[in-house]
Design a protein around this ligand. Sequence first.
Ligand code: ATP
Ligand code: MG
Length: 439
Amino acid sequence: MEYLLRDLRRTHYTSNVTEDVIDEEVTVMGWVHEIRDLGGIIFLLIRDIEGRIQVTAPSKKISAEILEDIRALRKESVVAVKGTVQSSSKAPNGVEILPSEITVLNMADQPLPMDPTEKVKAEIDTRLNSRFLDLRKTGVSAIFKIRNQMFKSVREYFADNNIIEINTPKLVASATEGGTELFPITYFEREAFLGQSPQLYKQMMMSAGFDKVYEIGQIFRAEEHDTLRHLNEAISIDMEASFMDDVDVKNILNDMMVKLITDINDKCSDELDILEYKLEVPQGRFPDIDYDEAVDLINARGVEMEYGEDLSREAEKVLGDEMDDFYFLSGWPTEIKPFYVMPYEDQPQKCHAFDLMYKNIELSSGATRIHQYDLLIEQMTKKDLSPESFDSYLKAFKYGMPPHAGWGLGADRLNMVLTGVENIRETVLFPRDRHRLTP
Ligand code: ATP
Ligand code: MG
């Protein structure tokens, strides 16, 4: 059978083919990025996860058989190239491979549904329809290399602070926090839903005595709107901590952001260069603006906003222009925040809730939570939710629930901030939006 790997193994990634291995025999494996046949000499560019390497085949030095193999290659086919490394002032990395054996591991059909070499700009829909090809582009895979570092740094931060990773169910019964539409599913003979957030479960983990927990997982929201910062399936980084309040968990969020941006600058400088994006490490504490003050500011800048409303897109843009890059928006009206948010003691129409904003985009929402059973029932009733349907959650508040606070941070939106992309779909391998359920 053709196309088998057999005993062939890669000895070097393209990035390891450097001046350090001149005259050595190497085997690289990857995709045919480019073929340039100048008659007397053929240049091949082979691409792998690390980059590209030039394979140079002058007809004087290379057997007719190999030259024929190269000429039969089609762009984006998968090959293994064995050969000797030699220095070359003209090659992109200063070195090239003189091939002694070329094995086709899979020939690509032509024409390709899209060009993965970044020469032609394609519309986002065309790109997403052939996402596997789109992801071969350096500028696209850079976003996911940064995403990988983002999760690594976030997990490191949590681990360093003794915050325990948990996994909670995404198949849930009817009762949820409200505020968004859910996706119904059939669960055997019953109706169930895809979870909108791990909120209720992570709070129950406080009663379980786990002290501080985090979860990185899918959230599902049947939001009809189709914007550049909403997906129907997103990833949320959620944390919850006992014996802490909103101020404490804001500090955790602030510290985590600083570590994260410092790490991305240190470890992903090549990817940031590819994306032509500069990230500034925030200095000191993020500024904090009170909701009341924000309403006044927004109105003063000519965007109408009633006290008690959520921020419109225009209102977010005013704040984005007026504030530092990162800032907290705190002291929200109790009425527009979920039932589990702790009201101010002396002024119960406001509550201990905050959003972390980056310019005009909401990154995170958090709060001190209500830990007293009676107050929780009171707030639920005020929001026309029936406590009976929250039985299994409420039970956790009756037998020793500590005071606690936490936040949920949109990982895909955070990924936008770390890469400078303006469409959230760019940060997700296979995005789910109002119109897209494949691939
Ligand atoms: P928005 O007002 O922007 O729709 P939200 O207030 O409904 O967001 P929360 O319920 O507070 O969102 O969720 C916490 C975080 O999860 C948000 O700050 C955001 O970063 C992220 N998030 C929420 N919904 C989505 C979504 N549909 N797509 C991508 N990320 C989301
Ligand atoms: Mg929110």
